[in-house]
Design a protein. Sequence first.
Lengths: 123, 107
Amino acid sequence: EVQLVESGGGLVKPGGSLRLSCAASGFTFSSYSMNWVRQAPGKGLEWVSSISSSSSYIYYADSVKGRFTISRDNAKNSLYLQMNSLRAEDTAVYYCARDSQADDFPQLGFDYWGQGTLVTVSS
Amino acid sequence: DIQMTQSPSSVSASVGDRVTITCRASQGISSWLAWYQQKPGKAPKLLIYAASSLQSGVPSRFSGSGSGTDFTLTISSLQPEDFATYYCQQANSFPHTFGQGTKLEIK
């Protein structure tokens, strides 16, 4: 069974940092590109970042570029999101999500999602 | 960046109704469009990919169509479990933007 489990969320002050993790199981993690998507309270979905299976290609939303860093460790079946210089507008539930085919960016949507981890940026 | 605009933002319907939700891209995205369903407090669920392909396990009352800039999600006969928020997402180019969502409510 495919599982994605996020962790690392919490309350942080503006300007602070946080590192999110996503533990993957039930599939060959190293064969799939992966993604982070966030959702502010009561708002819609926002794509945040994507990383290819071997970390060769990485993309970010303009809203987080230069502040967030996506990475992965295929040996540990884990995806990460390092978030620096956090702002109030980064407050959201952060989901990790898998691309729906074992390829890099197959353009077919995200078929498995974690349960999400809440990040709250407030003084 | 490609902007995705959904309409309507909300819709009220009854069990058994046919409902159509529209998604428009600010530029052509071929058929690289996905649709998701999200219920409160839950992660999104992939319904349709490549504009018209039904994700495994999704009931056949859900269907998608369109290409280029205009796309539709149709639910042929609403069931109680279908009341949720629906999002489109373009996968043609990065950033993989989502529409703002359409909330489907019970009339």
